[in-house]
Design a protein around this ligand. Structure first.
Ligand code: TYM
Length: 335
């Protein structure tokens, strides 16, 4: 098994990232067989596709690395690195841009969402973004790519690109990766203010998300203010249909406590959200507070974070190099 995944170093790590991706990365790392390999990276080249504040980006890279380590990524067992430090990502991305088709990228919903009404003003990088993401995983012959549901379409594109390249050049160079989306309730954590929007770093309202950096009081306040409805908790999952905010809070509680929607409803049905919310707050504080404390400690040692990232990049480069060499050979660029 070769597990590869990334996160953009923009803004704070939030509960959606944790449940949809990071805590699953940690579990895969912790349950790994000795021959499995895990590569996790800060997708800083992806962060260039929208407006860049260089000082902010520099700070965010360290902060996100510290947040991943605080969440349980162990640099001795996983390869943790900065995408831009391994040049092969950008190099392979170019090659794969010549394999991917305009029509495939035109179907990517994230570009439509992120460019909004201003398609003409969006960067070319924002459009080509999913091809760089394909390069990120194909470079390492990833077998499993653990991501939240919102990234599924991008991983499916990576599969299409791998298949077309292999087919066009009569090679088996690229392993076709599997998107590895969490089962249960964590694959798509929604905003606390709007059950139809996903929890996201880019939501202007901080009340919409729980951050790794939130104090216990901030978590309690956000849950207190989270949108719900006046109905009591149902006894069956079907009773959550048409109640996206209620469903989201039950889903979060299930994911955080290791339960299922059914088990949460079995314990809490008939209650109003006024009494469910304190239980949810306690569960979230129990999850977040220890990670936040570790993050604060790690922040104090920027040099150590830099050392970890540099060592990770050295290891990643060794794994990346043969893919580029072989890609250039089958393309006719080298003998
Ligand atoms: P990013 O930085 O937006 O998010 C990092 C991870 O968190 C997951 N996630 C969520 N999961 C559940 N509910 C949510 N509300 C939620 N919000 C975010 C994302 O699905 C993701 O797994 N393009 C990627 C980064 C990337 C990448 C890659 C991922 C670059 N190259 C190669 C995998 C493989 C992104 O912007 O994720």
């Amino acid at each position: 098994m070769r597990v590869v995944s990334g996160i953009q170093p923009t803004g704070d790590l939030h509960l959606g990232n944790l449940l949809g991706a990071i805590l699953r990365w940690v579990r895969m790392q912790d349950e790994a067989a000795p021959t499995d390999q895990h590569l996790f990276f800060l997708a800083d080249l992806h962060a260039l596709t929208v407006e860049v504040d260089p000082a902010q980006l520099r700070a965010n890279i360290r902060e996100m690395a510290a947040a991943l380590i605080a969440s349980g990524i162990d640099p001795d067992r996983s390869i943790l690195f900065q995408q831009s430090a391994v040049r092969e990502h950008a190099e392979l991305a170019w090659v794969l841009q010549c394999t991917a088709r305009m029509g495939w990228l035109n179907r990517m919903t994230q570009f439509k969402d992120k460019s909004g009404k201003n398609k003409e003003g969006a960067s070319v990088g924002l459009f080509a973004y999913p091809v760089l993401q394909a390069a990120d995983v194909l470079l390492y012959q990833a077998t499993h790519v653990p991501v939240g549901d919102d990234q599924k379409q991008h991983i499916e594109l990576a599969r299409d690109i791998a298949l077309k390249f292999n087919n066009d050049f009569e090679t088996e160079l690229f392993t076709v990766p599997e998107p590895f989306i969490g089962g249960g309730t964590a694959a798509r954590v929604m905003s606390l203010r709007d059950g139809s929007a996903k929890m996201s770093k880019s939501d202007p309202s901080d009340m919409s998300r729980i951050n790794l950096t939130d104090s216990d009081e901030a978590i309690a306040q956000k849950i207190r203010k989270a949108r719900t409805d006046p109905e009591p908790m149902p006894s069956e999952p079907a009773g959550l249909d048409g109640r996206p905010e209620a469903k989201n809070l039950v889903g979060i509680y299930a994911a955080v406590t290791g339960g299922t929607i059914e088990s949460v409803l079995a314990d809490h049905h008939g209650q109003g959200f006024g009494s469910f919310k304190p239980a949810l707050t306690d569960a979230l504080v129990a999850l977040i507070a220890p990670l936040r404390r570790r993050l604060v400690e790690l922040r104090g040692d920027g040099a150590e974070i830099d050392r970890i990232l540099a060592a990770g990049a050295d290891k990643a480069r060794v794994l990346a190099a043969p893919t580029i060499v072989e890609a250039y050979r089958v393309l006719g660029l080298t003998r």
